[in-house]
Write a protein of this length. Structure first.
Length: 184
């Protein structure tokens, strides 16, 4: 379970690093994908979806404008850092598809293909191990008494998951450097 939590935290930390660098380097917002802006205010936007009355909608829009209005200008740099806790909301349980979807929040849609190119023959075993890791975590979390792994299995899992995370770090950093800004 701890390894799964660490993978989740590592992926979020990569995203947080990108968010920090965007502000530090005064990256023009026009370089960002449109979906990026949704995640800046996703908590309020999702609350809007649940709101039925016009007065409720108005209150949510006022809240969005008050808190995030300055962030929504499509040009120029962000006036304040993007709140990573809000941006990261909803990313948990680091399934392979969820990791790719998380990076797509930034506009990076070629994550899986780039991972395959970077890792070559190691990609499929590493991806499978991340899948097994999440499945094992879910079994343990739900009290499955048969969810066991040998010390050698833990070592193998750790090695392949670490290789996956290192490759994710490299491909995301490369993509950021080419598309948004350097993060390392």
């Amino acid at each position: 379970m701890l390894l799964s939590a660490r993978v989740e935290a590592y992926i979020k930390e990569l995203g947080e690093l990108a968010l920090e660098q965007m502000h530090t380097l005064a990256v023009p917002r026009q370089k960002l994908a449109e979906q990026f802006f949704f995640y800046i205010s996703q908590d309020i936007i999702k609350e809007m979806k649940e709101t039925k009355e016009p007065s409720g909608w108005a209150k949510k829009i006022f809240a969005l404008i008050e808190r995030d209005g300055g962030q929504w200008n499509p040009t120029g740099p962000f006036p304040i850092p993007v709140a990573s806790d809000i941006f990261n909301k909803g990313f948990s349980n680091p399934k392979v598809d969820k990791i790719a979807a998380y990076f797509n929040r930034f506009g990076y849609s070629q994550f899986k293909g780039d991972m395959q190119k970077r890792m070559k023959a190691k990609y499929q075993p590493a991806e499978n191990m991340v899948i097994q890791l999440v499945e094992m975590r879910n079994k343990i979390a739900h009290g499955d008494q048969n969810a066991t792994i040998t010390p050698a299995g833990v070592r193998d899992m750790s090695d392949l998951v670490t290789a996956y995370c290192k490759a994710a770090d490299m491909v995301f950093a490369d993509w950021c450097r080419k598309s948004i800004c350097r993060i390392k």
